[in-house]
Design a protein around this ligand. Structure first.
Ligand code: AMP
Ligand code: MG
Length: 511
């Protein structure tokens, strides 16, 4: 057996191994719609290899996300065209696009993994959009020099999960890469089973990871390390330029963004599953959706990645793992910062920003718009109670919005088998609500406690239908998840408890 298969790497599928000519057409319709400004290319050849996508045979649309298309300034008529389908399945290169695969390294599951890179992602370039520069990547567009033993492909199953979850996260207000569209093909991809190929077109201001910095640091390419840091500062963290030590300021700014990201994940009950340093965005975005999961029943030690046998990336360890990863970033940046004490000081802010940000998020989930000294205890006792009663996390917060000290509160109390301890907590909460405006609280809670999250079983149902060429489930979920705080009458089923079979879903790194 391929020794890397256990890590999700797979031999090249026979029917995908051939190279397919990519037709280029200089007179395309996209010409007048898309303005490219490929800044990453200008960093130089040490940062990437130019690669043409490997065409997805006989591609078809699975889903187009009009919201992202609008943000990119794409015309809907063009987005529906054959040319767009060809472009976003690697069958046609748009004029102005300069496809490349980037190189990075990283720590995987606590070990230095050496060189990694875009093994199946291709940067098409950077589009000038009304909202600034947005890089466009194809994920699953074939082999690159960084594919190692992998086939450079992505399967339909994992592509649907990334497509839907990145949009769900965005709508929840959580920083993330986004997804423009999903194309599929009947071409077979070999994983544990035979599956079919898909390509996600994803977009972000930058896909630079902590692992990019590690790469140039550990290969002693310190001039390139500086070029990279300057690029990140100039384009994404301009305020750091004015600091006495801009690179230490960058490390601190990244630590703070990462702290905010972790607070957002913890508050919504999101487990990433593979928080390796190559999956940590320098912009503090959620990136590389693999075996992620939104918690169903609240279990602080929940491990969503079936391949993570040590539980390194358990839900309650995520904030510490992010700090560990920031340490790796700090280590990698030492050649630029020189002074170890200064690097340590830059990381230190994480320790205050994360708990403060989490507390603020939890306060809004409780409907509290001001801070009181006792709030932390109220939140902690809620977490304890949710864990000991294995309460459905999303449902608890949503139902708590209807709780009032005066009313009976069966709906939320029914989620607990130990009703007495819930009653005790409810008294504490009622005291806190004594001077809180009820309407403002209800409004705050409705906007901060989603009704719809991408539970594993929902994704699984959409995937099963999609395998039979019914993509309506994917598109319905997209609509619900893009407005997760709305009621969506008629869609109670997607907001309901997970069915029993959900517990047996096993999601591994294989994608
Ligand atoms: P991940 O854990 O998905 O973030 O992947 C870790 C590394 O493996 C990245 O460098 C990926 O590009 C690469 N990789 C994962 N799956 C494949 C594949 N099927 N083909 C080529 N490279 C892959
Ligand atoms: Mg990755």
């Amino acid at each position: 057996m391929n020794p890397l298969a256990a890590n999700g790497f797979n031999q090249v599928g026979d029917n995908l191994a051939m190279t397919i000519d990519v037709p280029t057409n200089p007179l395309t319709n996209s010409d007048r719609l898309m303005r490219w400004n490929n800044r990453f290319v200008q960093l130089g050849e040490s940062f990437y290899t130019r690669v043409q996508p490997q065409a997805l045979p006989d591609p078809y649309w699975i889903s187009r996300n009009e919201a992202v298309a609008r943000e990119l300034g794409l015309e809907s008529a063009w987005f529906e065209s054959r040319e767009a389908l060809n472009a976003f399945s690697g069958n046609q290169i748009l004029p102005g696009s300069e496809p490349l695969a980037g190189v990075y390294s990283g720590h995987q599951f606590g070990q230095w993994a050496g060189q990694l890179g875009d093994g199946r992602a291709l940067l098409l370039g950077e589009l000038k959009t009304p909202n600034g520069g947005m890089e466009i990547q194809l994920k699953g567009a074939g082999r690159t020099p960084y594919s190692r033993m992998g086939d450079g492909r992505a399967v339909l199953r994992s592509s649907i999960r990334e497509y839907l979850c990145s949009e769900a996260m965005h709508a929840l207000g959580i920083p993330t890469t986004r997804a423009l569209c999903l194309t599929g093909s009947d071409a077979i991809v070999r994983r544990e089973e035979l599956e079919t190929a898909a390509v996600v077109t994803r977009t972000a201001p930058s896909f630079i990871r902590f692992g990019h910095f590690e790469h140039f640091s550990y290969t002693d390419q310190h001039a390139e390390l500086k070029t990279l840091a300057d690029y990140v500062i100039d384009n994404f963290y301009p305020a750091c330029r004015d600091a006495a030590q801009p690179y230490a300021a960058l490390l601190q700014a990244v630590s703070e963004r990462t702290a905010h990201l972790m607070a957002a994940w913890q508050a919504v009950g999101f487990c990433h599953g593979v928080m390796n340093t190559d999956n940590m965005s320098i912009l503090g975005l959620t990136i590389d959706y693999g075996p992620f999961q939104f918690l169903d029943a609240f279990d602080p030690g929940h491990v969503c990645n079936h391949s993570d046998t040590q539980g390194r990336y358990a839900y309650n360890k995520q904030p510490n793992m992010a700090y560990w990863n920031l340490f790796c970033l700090g280590q990698a940046m030492l050649p630029l910062i020189d002074d170890q004490e200064q690097a340590l000081a830059a990381l230190e802010s994480y320790k205050t920003v994360f708990p403060d940000a989490l507390e603020a998020k939890m306060r809004t989930k409780l409907g509290l718009s001001d801070a009181q000294p006792d709030d932390k205890a109220l939140v902690e006792s809620a977490f304890k109670l949710l864990a000991s009663n294995k309460v459905d996390y999303t449902m608890f917060w949503r139902r708590l919005g209807e709780f009032t000290p005066q009313s009976g509160h069966e709906a939320v109390r029914d989620l607990f088998f130990d009703r007495e301890s819930f009653n005790a907590w409810a008294l504490h909460y009622s005291d806190r609500l004594a001077h809180v405006n009820a309407a403002a609280r209800a409004d705050l809670m409705l906007k901060n406690n989603p009704k719809f999250v991408l539970r594993n079983h929902l994704g699984e149902e959409a995937i099963r239908a999609a395998k039979l060429k019914d993509f309506s489930g994917v598109n319905t979920l997209l609509t619900l998840l893009q407005a997760p705080f709305d009621e969506h009458a008629g869609h109670e089923a997607q907001a309901d408890f997970p069915p029993d079979w959900a517990a047996s879903i096993e999601i591994s790194c294989s994608s």
